[in-house]
Design a protein around this ligand. Sequence first.
Ligand SMILES: Cc1cc2nc3c(=O)[nH]c(=O)nc-3n(C[C@H](O)[C@H](O)[C@H](O)COP(=O)(O)O)c2cc1C
Length: 239
Amino acid sequence: MHIHRLTSRFTWIISKYYFTLEYLRDVPHGASLFTNKKNMDTTAFYKLSYGLFVVTAHEGDKDNGCITNTVMQVTTSPNRVSVTVNKNNYTCGMIERTGLFNVSVLSEKASFDSFKHWGFQSGKDVNKAVGIEFYRLENGVIYVIDGVNAVICAKVVQKIDLGTHMMFIADVTDAFPTDDTPSATYAYYHKNIKPAPQQTKKRGWICTVCGYIYEGESLPEDYTCPLCKHPASDFKPVE
Ligand SMILES: Cc1cc2nc3c(=O)[nH]c(=O)nc-3n(C[C@H](O)[C@H](O)[C@H](O)COP(=O)(O)O)c2cc1C
């Protein structure tokens, strides 16, 4: 009886050992079972099916907004959405102070100019309501018309401080579609909206989100793209 138990334990250990070896051998795409942060390929995040949005806010007589890829519906009853906004974005402070924002869902018709307008410049420096077609809703906040297929109005019920970003959880106070064009995903943006990188003699690092080039041998770990505010992990060497 005792011997039988020992034998089956031994068989179990051996089969586990072989299973692990087989598993290690079969891990595809050069990935290792024991992943290593340094070798991480962040283009994996392009495969997440993020949407793209202009998140707008209104404070006093100022209208503003920024591009985000972080809006999602988190509960249906009550109907709530979340959005995560970089604390350096002017829009973040406006939402914190007023508790209100609108989401204009960007469609595949959205132009790169629209991304540049809302995503590559700050309301700290410019008036983003100038030169843009928009409507203002009952909550006093504008939404964008061009290249947009739906609008969601939201009232903040909770804030979560994530360090660099603030996550807002908000009640949906209104929502309506405006167009039948499919929504632009982040993958669609990278493939079809963002211009292909120009051939350049510059040496350095290119931002994979907006194409900005940092000239220099090594990119500081805490570097942030001056155009789209994305971190060093979104840069790759210029080829
Ligand atoms: C494709 C794209 C996606 C972006 N995603 C986000 C995001 O999810 N969160 C965020 O805070 N900023 C994001 N940004 C950066 C802001 O849109 C950008 O910093 C903007 O200029 C801030 O404007 P503001 O200072 O007027 O608020 C994104 C920019 C682009 C081009």
